[in-house]
Design a protein around this ligand. Structure first.
Ligand SMILES: [Zn+2]
Length: 296
């Protein structure tokens, strides 16, 4: 079980599924040869043949004050909403068993945060019980960016995703629509990171002088820390995504490389990254959501 500490905050990774793939199918500007040229990606993020490793995972945040927060809820089981590209990986997983084995009681989770509303970030918002979708975390507040929610309502919402993974928690009265800059608590705040979706948010954590960022799909894979210009086929606005990511990485450089993004699909990112000839000790990954619900 992978865990990180950011000051007084502990983050635990609950892995739902992972696999290897052709990077060009996700990021058209990239090739397996390009990946092999980024030497630090191996062995954790890329194999010797240049296939990239991709994972779906939830991050559970535990604070010293006893808060327990889940950031992004993966694909879920029994869903009918998977795009054709992912149908082959539709098999159910023991996510809930792994969640419990990690020491977490889903009934004691107090907050669920969705960085955005794509199917693979909201799946375990709900689970199928006696033929009905019910909240997986029945005592949690589910936080979604108001503008992101409204975007999907006003535009091409995938209504299967909505009906399976979003509507049931709305109907249960568990959703708080928040601003994309919401301050969650002293240690945690939301950061707008548009591009992948128009109102995507990342989650910034700072505690005892340490900082981290949970990036959702703002970063899909660690290779983008070396090549921020590699957009993905799922980005709503690739130019915005590239500009935002480049800015974030520059900010990290200025702060002495003590800050890094943990992609929703990334794995261990504690190695040194050689970008532009400069060794960057990436010491922390992940982040969290916690705290007060901003209902404005
Ligand atoms: Zn996404």
């Amino acid at each position: 079980m992978q865990k990180w500490r950011v000051g007084d905050v502990t983050i635990t990774r609950i892995l739902e599924r992972e696999g290897l793939g052709d990077i060009s199918a996700l990021m058209p500007p990239a090739s397996s040869k390009d990946l092999l040229e980024i030497s630090w990606l191996q062995p954790h993020f890329c194999d010797a043949a240049g296939q990239f490793r991709i994972a779906a995972q939830a991050l559970v945040i535990a604070t010293a004050a006893g808060r327990c927060i889940v950031v992004d809820t993966c694909w879920g089981n029994d869903k009918k909403c998977l795009p054709q590209l992912f149908q082959a990986q539709q098999a159910n997983t023991p996510f809930l068993e792994d969640f419990a084995a990690a020491g977490f009681d889903r009934t004691r989770i107090d907050t669920v945060l969705c960085t955005h509303l794509h199917f693979d970030h909201v799946g375990w918002n709900t689970m199928l019980q006696d033929g009905k979708w019910v909240p997986t975390f029945p005592n949690a507040r589910y936080l979604m960016a108001r503008a992101e929610y409204q975007h999907w309502i006003d535009n091409d919402c995938d209504w299967v995703v909505f009906s399976e993974s979003i509507a049931p928690v709305m109907e249960a009265g568990l959703v708080d629509l928040v601003e994309t800059t919401a301050v969650i608590c002293d240690e945690v705040r939301l950061v707008p990171t548009p591009g992948h979706t128009p109102n995507h948010v990342s989650v910034e954590i700072s505690s005892r002088g340490e900082e981290a960022l949970i990036t959702g799909d703002f970063i899909h894979h660690p290779c983008q820390m070396a090549r921020p210009e590699w957009w993905t086929v799922f980005d709503d606005s690739p130019d915005d995504a590239i500009a935002r990511l480049s800015g974030c990485l520059s900010l990290r450089d200025r702060r002495g490389c003590d800050r890094a993004g943990r992609p929703a699909y990334g794995l261990k990112l504690s190695e040194s990254a050689d970008r532009g000839g400069m060794k960057q000790a990436i010491t922390k990954v992940s982040a969290s959501l916690n705290g007060v619900h901003d209902k404005t």
